[in-house]
Design a protein around this ligand. Structure first.
Ligand code: C2E
Ligand code: MG
Ligand code: MG
Ligand code: MG
Length: 281
């Protein structure tokens, strides 16, 4: 069974206090050496296929085990990494680590990696990813890349070209946080995404808000018309899950099924059991 990483348990308060105790400037300074000191780690959160009730992927989510501040979440340091030019080497490390980890997982489990705009800037992203696949031996069909709309805001044409190259070699391309940007619909015409991920803000309003249900229903109709698969992220309750499954969402992810956890705690056999138990209930 997937263990909680303790974000919302007792240790939450300790982490919260220590996070306040360290300044942004300190983090900027510390980050330069953090990569070579091996302070970053990837946690993995499962994605489930609603049709088969089986896990079909794991999303890699980066954490920084800071020597003083403790475990830091991406909201705290990704922005700093982007501003200081460190996102490109960090992103490369993340890709390498995730693909190396995934190679020993069951064949039908993909690894999903989030990309940052900074990784496109150097113009070497396609080669970097190709290198990582060759070095780790992970088939491109087992890699999924999650990109956000903001990534397509700048350098649109050249970024779309790179994403198309990546799709051409068999990598799955997913539009993350769908519905939160300024022009979500126009992005669907810009690039033939394989999947979209409905943002958790919509998932979480499902049981209580008719407007959220209407938004999710419209996204599903739209996605079907475009033949794009749909994942719902941030599923926390059984009633959210039932509504999503009834409406035909293809994949689900959220605390209800499993929290992000370190590689050492991943147990694929147990993951299947969680969903079977859920169906039996
Ligand atoms: P995201 O890619 O949309 O990832 C989903 C976030 O929602 C993760 O937060 C995850 O832990 C959290 N989450 C998952 N299930 C639930 C749920 O049921 N309820 C709630 N409330 N939250 C849930 P996390 O790990 O803090 O990451 C936040 C964001 O940071 C990510 O959003 C992504 O945009 C970025 N990020 C994370 N890892 C990486 C990375 O390796 N590279 C890049 N470039 N960005 C990353
Ligand atoms: Mg994501
Ligand atoms: Mg998301
Ligand atoms: Mg997000």
């Amino acid at each position: 069974r997937v263990k909680s990483e303790g974000r919302n348990s007792f240790s939450f308060f300790d982490e919260d206090l220590s996070e306040k105790a360290i300044s942004r400037l300190q983090l900027v300074n510390d980050m330069r050496a953090a990569l070579s000191r091996n302070e970053f780690e990837l946690h993995y959160q499962p994605l489930f296929d609603t049709e088969t009730s089986r896990p079909c992927g794991m999303e890699a989510l980066v954490r920084w085990r800071h020597p003083v501040a403790g475990l830091l979440y991406p909201d705290r340091f990704i922005g700093i990494a982007e501003e200081t030019g460190l996102m490109e080497p960090l992103g490369q490390w993340i890709l390498q680590r995730a693909c190396a980890d995934a190679v020993s997982w069951p064949q039908d489990i993909k690894v999903a990696v989030n990309l940052s705009a900074a990784q496109f800037r150097a113009g070497t992203l396609f080669d970097v990813i190709l290198c990582v696949l060759v070095e780790t031996g992970l088939p491109p069909e087992r890699l999924e890349l999650e990109i956000t709309e903001s990534l397509l805001l700048q350098e649109k044409d050249s970024n779309v070209l790179v994403i198309q190259q990546l799709k051409n070699i068999g990598i799955t391309i997913t539009l993350d946080d769908f519905g939160t940007g300024y022009a979500s619909l126009s992005y669907l015409l810009l690039f033939p995404f394989d999947k979209i991920k409905i943002d958790k803000s919509f998932t979480q309003g499902l049981s209580s808000r008719a407007d959220c249900r209407a938004v999710v229903a419209s996204i599903l109709t739209l996605a079907r018309g475009l033949e794009i698969a749909v994942t719902a992220e941030g599923v926390e309750t059984k009633s959210q899950f039932e509504l999503l499954r009834a409406q035909g969402v293809d994949y689900v992810q959220g605390y209800l099924f499993g929290r992000p956890c370190p590689l050492a705690e991943l147990d694929f056999a147990a993951l299947e059991l969680i969903v079977r138990a859920d169906e039996a209930a």
